[in-house]
Design a protein around this ligand. Structure first.
Ligand code: G3H
Ligand code: ZN
Length: 277
């Protein structure tokens, strides 16, 4: 069933488990992620990014589809708006019934990030919506990888206190959109952030993290683990194989179906690595 993000993430943090948060672009992504979560018997987060909304031209069609997929699931599924910079889009997600939003003001300097985030938090909390924010920019969305950026634990604690955010995305060595899984995570910093910050921590750019390091990151204190690029690689790889094998193939189900199946299997595998069940 559709489940509030707050419930899902709070429970996972208390038990030292990870929560997989996977990005949805196509409907097939949502179906694959839920099928994979059901096979792992684990809760999961479906997230739609502002970039994906830009691709579709609107939030409602894909957002309503994702909510419907979540409602039909046999495991708890939360629906989240990812990397929003538009407060109008945040408001629309809240009114559609999304359980949470990430408001990303990480490119602003500290004081402006605090002010902008606090405003969004106040509005979202009035509507019982959970808010994630980011401190210390995790680069790579623009193709510029900046794995060297780090979030300071003291500043992170002050940021959470000042904004009252429910979860915090931190920079600990990852970078968005990596195709190789060789990011060097700063595990000592993760442990220090877990000590200093009273809310769940979010790892962005997790496609670049090797299996064993994902497990260790959760052990040291990361809770919500965002994975997008890696699943797209699996999905697109299966599409490529299906199309390459048959030049007369035109029915979209014949290549999107295998892609969905392959993605579901990878989600199941990842959820086990994150100790999410
Ligand atoms: O917000 C989404 C994630 O940070 C995804 O990053 O595409 O590098 O896995 P990724
Ligand atoms: Zn991200």
């Amino acid at each position: 069933p559709l489940t509030p993000t707050a419930a899902l993430v709070t429970r996972a943090r208390a038990r030292g488990r990870g929560v997989g948060a996977f990005n949805v672009i196509q409907l097939e992504h949502a179906q694959a992620i839920v099928a994979g979560a059901q096979a792992a018997n684990a809760p999961v987060i479906l997230q739609v990014s502002e970039n994906a909304v830009r691709y579709h031209g609107a939030l409602a069609p894909i957002g309503r589809a994702v909510l419907a997929v979540a409602e039909g699931a046999t495991v708890p599924v939360a629906v989240h708006l990812d990397h929003a910079t538009s407060t109008d889009l945040v408001a629309e997600a809240v009114s559609l019934g999304f359980g949470s939003v990430m408001f990303d003001a990480s490119t602003l300097e500290y004081g402006q990030n605090v002010a902008a985030t606090a405003k969004v938090v106040a509005r979202c909390h009035a509507a019982r919506c959970w808010v994630e924010a980011e401190l210390g920019e995790v680069g790579g969305k623009d193709g510029v990888h900046a794995p060297g950026v780090r979030t300071d634990p003291g500043e992170a604690a002050a940021f959470v206190e000042a904004t009252e955010v429910d979860a915090l995305a931190v920079a600990v060595g990852t970078s968005h959109a990596m195709l190789t899984r060789d990011a060097a995570l700063d595990f000592e910093l993760i442990a220090a952030l877990r000590e200093a910050v009273p809310v769940p921590l979010v790892l962005h750019g997790s496609s670049g993290v090797a299996d064993q390091d994902l497990t260790t990151a959760v052990e040291r204190g990361m809770t919500k683990v965002n994975i997008a690029t890696h699943l797209n690689a699996v999905f697109s790889g299966a599409v490529r194989t299906a199309l390459a094998g048959d030049a007369s193939l035109v029915d979209t189900r014949k290549y999107l179906g295998p892609a969905r199946t392959a993605t579901a299997a990878e989600v199941t595998r990842l959820l086990r690595i994150l100790n999410a069940a």
